[in-house]
Ligand binder design. Structure first.
Ligand SMILES: Cc1ncc(COP(=O)(O)O)c(C=O)c1O
Length: 416
């Protein structure tokens, strides 16, 4: 039997199993959500006043968020308690508001709104599809640069932004990037905050969605963008974002934005025209929940890692066992975050996703990790192992490697 025929037979065996698996989106598992169940009852009619005697039922409390929440969540973005704004559910929504204001009014230090300047944003690819769709929908032209284990390709960033004042910023994930799992090195952080951009209001939009999502027990020392920028006097260039979507509940939590004190003044004034203040009940119950949790935020994230790490280990093990010596693909081995990024050696990613779908496994659509949904090399596949139970990750990965082998063999046959 030829190699292709043998692989087809193996693939047909998967199809006969009638699988229904999903590794498409980066969602927490129910076991992750269960860790935060006490949040649902942490506030009741006996404790609706905060330590500072703010009544969470009424308006007063401020647009920056509860003091107690700012004290708890500044650890997540590694900023000071005065350098954070706590908003409502969804950091994407928070980022959309900041972008919208930048387009209408500019950022701190802008001499004109961005909208009239054909604004461009640098994005990293492979990257997060929702970054691309959001920025494009608001009218930014996207300029793509690569990303590796130092973070964004700074040579490319500098080339794009050094002489073009319409390049208004960079939008990327500094820690355990979606989907590569790459994190910014200190060297890249230094370059990002200090290079001379043509636009005086060039802004670093750092979506630190996975800042505390380490898979190892000990939290590693990571570059601190805001502190690094302070050394260079460019702290107003940095806007950090995050949320509790993968800390507590994905659709019932808090958005976080970290920034310099001057930016806090600028952005709180803008946001305050839209709202008297954020949902204080949500903030207060997060504070009370984390106060009770053994070792607080760190303890909670360690318990998340206990659930997630075996799934990431399983992905690596199946890839190594099944593809290790075949030269058919390379993949990342992140120490945190929510994804593994795989590149097929041949341009067969779309075929792999198609084969997987036909056999009952949903994967992130090909191209989703690139602006406009087009992967120039048709090779990148985002693997999202967090949501399915471990046994399903194992099954799904066995199918993924079978599909990679089959799609590669088909390609070779066709092009031989
Ligand atoms: C990089 C990144 N940013 C933001 C989000 C969504 O965050 P939120 O739920 O806070 O809007 C995700 C979700 O997958 C993500 O991967």
């Amino acid at each position: 039997m030829s190699n292709l025929a043998a692989l087809l037979e193996q693939y047909e065996q998967f199809k006969l199993q009638g699988l229904s698996l999903n590794m498409e989106r980066g969602q927490p598992a129910d076991a992750n959500f269960d860790l935060s169940l006490p949040i649902l009852s942490s506030v009741d009619d006996s404790n609706y006043r905060t330590d500072n005697n703010v009544d969470i039922r009424n308006y007063p409390g401020g647009v920056l968020g509860l003091r107690e929440a700012r004290q708890v969540f500044c650890e997540q973005l590694r900023v000071g308690p005065d350098e954070i704004i706590i908003g409502n559910n969804s950091s994407l929504d928070f980022m959309a508001r900041i972008f919208s204001w930048a387009l209408i009014r500019g950022v701190l230090g802008s001499d004109a709104p961005w909208a009239g300047q054909s604004p461009k944003l640098i994005v990293t690819a492979p990257g997060y599809d929702r970054h691309f769709t959001l920025a494009k929908a608001l009218g930014f032209e996207l300029l793509t640069v690569g990303i590796d284990h130092h973070g964004p390709d700074m040579d490319a960033v500098e080339k794009l932004a050094a002489n073009d004042a319409s390049v208004k910023g960079i939008y990327f994930v500094p820690t355990y990037s979606n989907p590569t799992g790459d994190s910014l090195s200190q060297e890249t952080a230094e370059r990002l905050v200090s290079f001379k951009a043509a636009a005086a209001d060039f802004t670093i939009f750092a979506d630190d969605a996975y800042a505390v999502h380490h898979l190892q027990n000990e939290w590693p020392e990571l570059p601190n963008l805001l502190e690094t920028a302070k050394k260079h006097g460019t702290q107003d260039r940095v806007l950090l974002f995050g949320s509790t979507s993968k800390v507590t509940f994905a659709s019932g939590g808090l958005a976080l934005a970290g920034m310099s004190l001057a930016n806090i003044d600028y952005w709180s004034a803008a946001l305050n025209t839209q709202t008297i203040g954020p949902n204080k009940a949500e903030q207060w119950r997060h504070v009370l929940f984390l106060r009770e949790y053994p070792d607080g935020l760190k303890g909670l994230m360690r318990d998340h890692a206990k659930i997630l790490k075996p799934k990431f280990d399983c992905v690596q093990q199946v890839l190594n066992d099944d593809l290790g010596n075949l030269n058919l693909a390379t993949w990342t081995n992140p120490q945190g975050g929510y994804f593994v990024s795989l590149d097929t050696r041949l341009p067969v990613a779309d075929r792999v996703v198609e084969l997987a779908k036909e056999a009952g496994l949903a994967l992130t659509p090909t191209g989703a990790t690139y602006p406009d949904g087009v992967d120039p090399n048709n090779c990148n596949i985002r693997l999202a192992p967090t949501r399915p139970p471990l046994e399903e990750v194992q099954q799904a990965m066995a199918l993924v490697t079978c599909c990679i082998k089959l799609a590669s063999a088909e390609y070779k046959e066709k092009h031989s």
